[in-house]
Design a protein around this ligand. Structure first.
Ligand code: SF4
Length: 349
C-alpha cells in the first residue's frame, strides 16, 4: 500500500481558488486517483469544506493525515449585523491579518463586497481604509474565501460581487484576475455580475481591457475636475483626469462594455450643480453610468453627508444632460458599512 506523506511534509499550497485542473493535479501529487480532484472541487466550492477532514468521501487514513492541511479558509474574527440584513465581517487570515468583507442581501440577490488588499496605499482622504495604511496584497484564495464565507453564513448562493472593500484591486491585478476566474468558473458567478472598482492606476485599465473580461469596470471619479480630485485622491496627481477618461474611452472601445463611474457626494465640497454640469461635460457621449454615493461620515475625517435636496439637484442636472445616473441606497450604516470603517472601529492596526 502507498505510504502517504505526513501532512506537515506536504507542500502547503492553498486549495481554495484552485481550478478543477489544478486540484486534480494536486490530488495526483498526493498519489490519489484523478477523480478525487473533482470530489475535492465539489467539497470546496459547493459543500463549503473548511478542512480536508470534512471531505467524507476521501479515505479515512488520508483525511486524518491531512486534517491540519490549511486549505485556505479564514476564520470569522467578528461579525456585525445591521437591521437591513447586511452583515459586515472581519476575517482573520493565516498570518493574523484582518480583512473586511460585507454580505448585502436584497430580495433577489446576495452581493458580496470583497477586499483585495489588507489596508490600502492610495490614501483617499475620505476613506477609513486609506487612513489605516497598507499591509499587503491578498492572495487569490483569500479573495475567493471571502465569498465562500458569506455564502456559508447566509446559507444562500452569492449572486453578485463588487471589488469595493479594502484596497485598490488594480494594484493586485494578478490575484484579482485569478480570483475573478475562480469565482466565475469554480463558484459559478457570472462574470457580468462581478464589478471591479478602481480609483485608476495608469496603464492598468488597458490591461483589464486586454483580458476581455465580461466583468464591469467601475471607476471612482469622486470629482469633476483635476484640482478637486487631487485633493480627495492624492494618487490622482500622477494620473490626470483627462488621461484617466481617455483610458476609459479606450476600454469601452476595446470591450464594448460601458464603464460605471462612482462619485461619492461630500456635502458642500463636490455636490454643487456646477460640479454636475462639469461632470456631464466630461461624460457627454460616453457609454457610461454614474453611481452617486452619498457620503457616510466617519469619525476621523471632517467630510459630511450631503443634503437630500442637493443630491436631487445633482441627479436632475445629470439627467437633463442625458447622463445615466442612479443614487446608491445606503446599506448597513449601523454596521459601519463603508469601506474600512468596521476595522477602524475595532481598532485593528
Ligand atoms: S477609497 Fe478605495 S482606493 Fe481609496 S483609500 Fe479607500 S480603499 Fe483605497
Amino acid at each position: 500500500m502507498q505510504q502517504l506523506e505526513p501532512a506537515h511534509r506536504v507542500e502547503h499550497q492553498p486549495l481554495v481558488g484552485a481550478s478543477l485542473t489544478e486540484l486534480t493535479e494536486w490530488v495526483k501529487q498526493q498519489q490519489q486517483p484523478a477523480y478525487r480532484g473533482k470530489q475535492l472541487h465539489q467539497w470546496i466550492y459547493q459543500k463549503g469544506a473548511r478542512s480536508l477532514s470534512d471531505v467524507s468521501v476521501f479515505p479515512k487514513s488520508w483525511r486524518e493525515n491531512l486534517a491540519d492541511y490549511p486549505i485556505g479558509r479564514s476564520q470569522i474574527h467578528f461579525q456585525a449585523p445591521a437591521l437591513d440584513g447586511t452583515i459586515k465581517f472581519l476575517l482573520k487570515l493565516s498570518d493574523g491579518q484582518i480583512v473586511e468583507t460585507v454580505g448585502i442581501p436584497t430580495e433577489k440577490r446576495l452581493t458580496v463586497c470583497v477586499s483585495s488588499q489588507v489596508g490600502c496605499p492610495m490614501a483617499c482622504d475620505f476613506c477609513a481604509t486609506g487612513k489605516g495604511g497598507f499591509k499587503r496584497n491578498l492572495e487569490r484564495h483569500e479573495i475567493v474565501d471571502q465569498v465562500l464565507t458569506v455564502q456559508e453564513v447566509f446559507q444562500q448562493r452569492v449572486s453578485n460581487i463588487v471589488f469595493m472593500g479594502m484596497g485598490e484591486p488594480l494594484l493586485n491585478t494578478d490575484n484579482v484576475l485569478g480570483a475573478v476566474r475562480s469565482l466565475n468558473e469554480d463558484v459559478g458567478i457570472g462574470q457580468r455580475l462581478i464589478t471591479i472598482s478602481t480609483v485608476g492606476i495608469p496603464g492598468k485599465i488597458r490591461r483589464l481591457a486586454e483580458e476581455q473580461l465580461q466583468a464591469t469596470l467601475a471607476v471612482s471619479l469622486h470629482a469633476s475636475n483635476q484640482a478637486l480630485r487631487t485633493q480627495l485622491i492624492p494618487s490622482a496627481r500622477q494620473y490626470p483626469l483627462e488621461t484617466l477618461l481617455s483610458e476609459c474611452r479606450e476600454y469601452v472601445k476595446l470591450t464594448g462594455r460601458r464603464v460605471s463611474f462612482e462619485y461619492v457626494l461630500l456635502a458642500e465640497l463636490n455636490d454643487c450643480v456646477e460640479h454636475a454640469i462639469e461632470l456631464s461635460e466630461h461624460l457627454r457621449g460616453f457609454q457610461s453610468h454614474v453611481n452617486l454615493i452619498p457620503y457616510n461620515p466617519i469619525s476621523e475625517v471632517d467630510y459630511q453627508k450631503p443634503d437630500p435636496r442637493r443630491i436631487q439637484a445633482f441627479v436632475n442636472t445629470l439627467k437633463e444632460r442625458h447622463i445615466a445616473v442612479s443614487v446608491r441606497r445606503p446599506r448597513g450604516l449601523e454596521a459601519d458599512a463603508a469601506c474600512g470603517q468596521l476595522r477602524a472601529s475595532q481598532a485593528i492596526a
